[in-house]
Every structure is written in C-alpha cells, then in structure tokens.
Design a protein around this ligand. Structure first.
Ligand code: OMD
Ligand code: FE2
Length: 484
C-alpha cells in the first residue's frame, strides 16, 4: 500500500487487519504488538543486538517509569533509519501574530492557568470559528486552549482542553508533545495521521489517542476546514474502564481499539519538528523524515476507536443512571475511582425507563464537565448547543435540562423511544477544577451570553396541597408487589 512518498506498510505476518478506511491496523487495547514493514526487521529474541537488522538503530520510547508495575508499564522499541537524537537544537517559537484576515481568532495553546480570572458560571460556546480560505492553517498551528488545570511538569496529573481547526495538511512537519497524551475527537473532516508507528485515518465519530512523545503529523483531504476537540492529560494514560458487575463484556471492547502497522519513509528533506515542552513551543528542522521506523514492538502506541462500536449499558426499569455508564476511556488519578479525565459519550440508544424523568437530572458536581457535540443535538438541550460548539459546567456549578427539555420529559408518555438518534455528544469529565484561558473566554468570541436564559423560565411547580393518595404516585411500586 502506497501512503505518502515512499511509505511502505507491513507485508509480513505482522500486517494487521485492513479496515474499511483502507488502512491496516493491529487490534486490541493494551496489547503487546509487533509490526514490521520489512521482513525480519524486528530482532529475534532480544531488543538491542550488536547490529540491528537492515542496519537500523534501536530506540526505546518509555511511556512509564522503568519500574512501574507490569500492568502499568508502557514502552515501545523502535527500529529506525536514524535515531531521533539526530537534529539541530530546538529553538523557542515566536508567539504567533494576531490573525488579521477573516474573523478567525489567532490560536493560542497554553498550560498557564493563572493568566485569566476564574468564572464559576455555566458556559456555552457557539461552534468555534473555522479559518477562512485565505488563511493557511495546519493542525498544530490551529490548536487553541479553552480550559485546563494541573501541571505538565509532574506526574500528579492535569488536563488541558483544546480546540483544533485546520485547512492544510502538515506535510513535512510533525508535532512532538513532550507534556501529555492527546485524545483527539474530530468533529468535522477526516484526519490522516502519520505517526512513528504508522498511519491512522480518523473520521468524525472516531477518536484517537496519541501518547506523550510520539511524533505525528496530521494531513487533511484538500483544503476544506476541519475542526475538533483535544483532551490532553498530563502524567497519566487513558485506559478502558474496569467493568465491575457489568461482567467481562460491555462498553468499549478491547478488540475495537486499532493501532497502526509499521510504515516508514526513507526521505532526505527539510522536516520541521514542533515540540511542546513544559507548555512552551519549540521547533527545529532536521534533514530527514522522522517517520523512518521500519519495525516496532511494544505496548506504547497510538490507537483509534469508532464510537459506533460502543456497547451501551443503561437503566431498563426506572431512573436515570449516572453518565459514568458511558465511559469509553478513563485517565485515572491516583485516587480509586477518581479520574483526571473520563471520556464519556452519549450515544444513540433506546430509552425505556418508566416512572422516570428520563433526561439528565439537575445537579451540581464535584467534577468539571466539558461537553462537545460531534453531530446532531444533545438530549438535555435541543437548541443552542451546536455541533462544533461546547459547554463547560465547572465544579459545583448548577446545571441540567433546559426548560423545553424539562417540560417535554415531565409530560411525555412513558414508552420505549430512541434517544440521541443521529447525534453524538461527549464529555471530558475531570476531577480538576478547570481554569478558563483568555482565548477560551474572550479571544474566540464564541461564548454565548444568553446561555443562562435556557433555565430562566423553570418556574415553581410547587403544590403545598399535594398528597400521596391523591397523586397515586406510588402506584407503580405497589404494582410490583401484587401478592401484598
Ligand atoms: O450535565 C450533563 O449534561 C452531563 C450529564 C449527563 C447525564 O446523563 C447525567 C449527568 C450529567 O452530568
Ligand atoms: Fe452534568
């Protein structure tokens, strides 16, 4: 398969499974993979022979401390044409000038959380602006930070939520994020992502994770603008959640996580490496492609996942289950059950509960909830929350269904009905109290000042003369005990 330049993919027993996007992948969450683009490029029986096959260099990329327990230990061995260290020194990148053309706001990626004042209000963003045709913006140049918290300089964890927009491919330029793992959620337009481990195509309603330090370049089809969301986590890695009483099957299945197969290019060229290190951007230009890994083995590799494959588990009798039942991936903090980030989706499904206010309940949470919409609409807000937009309900910030949703859900006939058909919304739920950035609250010019009004007409329905007998409210409980 010819992918770009003289990129060659695996042709051996490590060839992976060719999926309908035309690329080959290695399935299985957390597996130990082996992949070689040329036969016998992986050394047999050892990692570092005196001379590697094909004259390749062996290089280890560690995603965990050497001494972490086996279940948490992540590393990959790369067999490459040149070691990554062959590059001129990185230079600090100039701050980008404010965009003049169109009304697309100049992007700003940051991990400085104290530059902007806190705001405890409910926030909603209209769809983030896309670059106009006369602005050439690639994926890494088009990233802006909306909110986040925590420190990328230690392993205690942290989170940053970014929006990306782009209308150009990165070409001979790649991104090396030294700070965190990136969960990328395309909302508009497909991404073809070249990585050191191979190529992945990620379309809207698919997501991918590219771990810290893995070099990657994002290409797009033509110049149609793309947009999406990124959740960057510091010091931790995403994993699929434990299932507890659900059993051995359900939610996201390990076999549906797809990793690229080895693909390399042996190309002399001016190749720019962008390095985000301690929140600052650096660049260098080397004289060859960094995508020169002929073979690799290990368990530290990017992956993609199709959200349509999520096996939904939900309440089938009464009441509304907490959204944790929809967790696709979790980046755990050190505290049991507490996440740096849970990636939660609200997938199409049946709603069948009876005697129940079916939409999300009103609540205040000790977690931050950042939501995005890939397509369609969100079940608790039929209007205003639009694809490519977002909302943030911060720690202890009250929120819940809007007036229209409340009225509908309190009057609707309790029969099975499809929920969220033709839609896909998601949430980055974090135990961190996230700070807004200047870009997020001001520069992007997308904060909807009217948001609070969607709850304003939720009037009192209080009836002091209400009685249990008159209301017959417990009839359904009695029905469940016919012998009594
Ligand atoms: O606030 C939201 O819309 C997200 C959410 C959904 C849900 O089903 C229950 C709780 C919750 O926070
Ligand atoms: Fe919520």
């Amino acid at each position: 398969m010819q992918l770009s330049g003289n990129l060659k993919t695996a042709t051996t027993h490590h060839a992976g499974v060719v999926m309908e996007d035309g690329h080959a992948y290695l399935p299985g969450f957390g597996n130990e993979f082996s992949s070689e683009a040329l036969p016998d490029a992986l050394p047999h029986g050892q990692n570092t022979p005196q001379v590697c096959p094909y004259g390749l260099y062996a290089e280890q990329l560690s995603g965990s401390a050497f001494t972490e327990p086996r279940g948490a230990n992540q590393r990959v061995w790369l067999y490459r044409i040149r070691p990554s260290v062959v590059h001129p020194p990185f230079q600090r990148m100039e701050k980008k000038p404010v965009a003049k053309k169109g009304d697309w706001p100049a992007p700003e990626m940051t991990t400085r959380w104290d530059d902007w004042a806190p705001n405890p209000n409910q926030l909603r963003w209209l769809p983030f602006k896309l670059p106009s045709a006369d602005e050439a913006v690639d994926f890494v140049d088009g990233i802006s930070t909306v909110c986040g918290a925590g420190d990328c300089r230690h392993r205690m964890g942290g989170i940053a939520v970014h929006i990306y927009t782009a209308n150009r491919s990165m070409g001979d330029k790649c991104f090396n994020n030294s700070d965190g793992d990136m969960l990328i959620v395309p909302q508009q337009g497909a991404l073809t992502i070249r990585t050191e481990m191979g190529v992945m195509k990620v379309r809207p309603n698919e997501i991918c994770v590219i771990q810290r330090g893995i070099r990657f370049a994002v290409d797009i089809d033509g110049t149609d603008p793309v947009r999406g969301y990124i959740c960057e986590v510091f010091g931790v890695h995403f994993k699929i959640p434990d299932l507890g009483p659900i059993g051995a099957n359900g939610l996201a299945s390990p076999r549906d996580f797809l990793h690229p197969v080895a693909a390399f290019e042996d190309r002399k060229c001016e190749f720019k490496i962008i390095n985000k290190y301690q929140g600052a951007m650096f660049e260098t230009t080397q004289n060859h492609s960094p995508f020169d890994v002929v073979a690799w083995h290990g368990n530290y590799a990017p992956y993609k996942y199709d959200l349509a494959k999520f096996m939904v588990i939900n309440a089938t009798a009464f009441d509304h289950a907490d959204p944790s039942i929809f967790t696709v991936l979790t980046a755990p903090s050190g505290i049991p059950g507490v996440a740096v980030c849970d990636f939660v989706i609200f997938p199409p499904r049946w709603g069948v509960q009876e005697h129940t206010f079916r939409p999300p309940y009103y609540h205040r949470n000790c977690m931050s909830e950042f939501m995005g919409l890939i397509y369609g609409n969100y079940e608790a807000k039929q209007g205003g929350f639009l694809p490519g937009g977002a909302s943030l309900h911060s720690i202890m910030t009250p929120h819940g269904p809007d007036k229209q949703c409340f009225d509908q859900a309190t009057n609707e006939k309790m029969q099975p009905q499809r929920v969220a058909d033709g839609t896909q919304s998601f949430m980055f739920e974090s135990s961190f109290s996230m700070c807004l950035t200047k870009w997020g609250e001001e520069t992007c010019e997308r904060v909807d000042p009217e948001y609070y009004k969607c709850w304003a007409n939720l009037d009192s329905n209080f009836d002091p003369n209400w009685t249990l007998e008159k209301s017959n409210a417990d009839a359904w409980l009695k029905k469940a005990r016919p012998q009594a």
